[in-house]
Design a protein around this ligand. Structure first.
Ligand code: TYM
Length: 337
């Protein structure tokens, strides 16, 4: 069997980047014969970026409803919240003790903070918590706990998965006594959507405030967001350069091969940006409209979502509990009761 695992941080409203980069490929992978999938809400990770409890709670619900509306089948996928699995923070500690500090110094999220501080002439570690610094270790625990082979993610997460491999390898070497305790994971990246751009052309990201929300706000919000995608100032009738337009990159992520070719040809022939956006909205809605109805229905039944997550947590713990016992024993922390 092939184990597929991925998670989303519950610190905001799911957007097109999360969907195209992670949710859609993960669900496709989970439907492959023989796949065994673990998809989860990374709600401990959310605490690293967010100290607003109401927002985290809301985000957990929105992201859970998004997964389910996008076709996650809980009879095939173990679907759970990270914070419902106490074995994960326990493993996090075992891994912390074999993770080199130098590797954490190089982690992108931490480096982005220290670089920004340096540029602003501040103390390097100003505002950096230990949560942010050790974020890749917790992520390694998420992945290694379930012996995942493939981790469908956007390009921004590749480094973290390489770090998980590194940490897993080190642990195997120190404590495996010749056995592979941990499976070493690989990132699974969809080339054409590895980094979906946001409204302004930078990576679509909650932190840049340039996202297109998937379902929240309904068809109206989607239309309003699409209208705000930045284009150049070429007038209707003027030829456009499709290779230099992030609207085209966005379109590509939701269109068929024929539609992509036609879109490029029409832009070169002078298609107005307004009409181009309307076409993007049409291909988007073809995918999203049916899911949105499901999403709205799920959001009105939080108790149903809660029941599914609790079932998922029980399934996940049935894997995590015996494995953690084995790991504890490997490091000399066997429990005798
Ligand atoms: P997060 O919550 O930032 O993003 C969730 C997933 O969405 C992908 N993504 C994108 N893909 C393409 N284009 C974009 N603009 C874009 N923006 C986001 C991300 O690459 C990611 O796959 N640390 C992770 C959550 C996590 C995790 C894990 C993932 C925790 N533990 C274990 C995999 C395995 C994160 O913050 O993703």
């Amino acid at each position: 069997t092939l184990r597929v695992l991925t998670g989303i941080t519950t610190s905001g409203t799911p957007h097109l980047g999360n969907y195209a980069g992670a949710i859609r490929p993960a669900i496709a992978a989970s439907r492959q014969p023989g796949a065994e999938s673990f998809f989860f809400l990374a709600d401990y990770h959310a605490l690293i970026k967010c100290d607003d409890p109401a927002r985290i709670q809301r985000s957990r619900l929105e992201i859970a409803a998004t997964w389910l509306a996008s076709g996650l089948d809980t009879s095939r996928v173990t679907f759970y919240r990270q914070s419902d699995i106490p074995e994960i923070p326990e493993l996090n500690w075992l891994l912390t003790c074999v993770t080199s500090k130098g590797m954490m110094n190089r982690a992108h999220a931490y480096k982005a903070s220290t670089d920004a501080n340096e540029a602003a002439g501040e103390e390097l570690d100003a505002g950096v918590t230990m949560g942010l610094y050790c974020y890749p270790v917790l992520m390694a625990a998420d992945i290694l706990m379930f012996k995942a082979h493939k981790v469908p993610v956007g390009r921004d997460q590749i480094q973290h998965i390489e770090m998980a491999r590194d940490v897993g390898q080190r642990f195997n070497h120190l404590f495996g006594a010749g056995r592979e305790l941990f499976v070493l994971p690989e990132a699974a990246i969809e080339d054409n959507v590895a980094t979906l751009p946001g409204l302004d052309g930078r990576k679509m990201s909650k932190s840049y405030d340039n996202t297109i929300p998937l379902f929240e706000g309904g068809a109206k919000a989607l239309k309003a967001a699409v209208a705000r995608i930045v284009t150049d100032s070429k007038l209707p009738g003027e030829p456009k350069d499709p290779d230099n337009s992030h609207l085209v990159t966005l379109f590509d992520a939701f269109a068929t091969a024929d539609e992509r070719e036609q879109f490029r040809a029409d832009l070169r022939a002078g298609l107005a940006w307004g009409e181009a956006k309307q076409r993007f909205l049409t291909v988007l809605e073809r995918d999203l409209a049916p899911m949105r109805a499901k999403y709205d229905e799920l959001m009105s039944r939080p108790e149903h979502i809660e029941a599914l997550l609790q079932e998922g947590a029980a399934k996940a713990r049935a894997v995590a509990t015996p494995f953690l016992a084995e790991l504890r024993e490997a490091v000399g922390l066997r429990r005798f009761n």
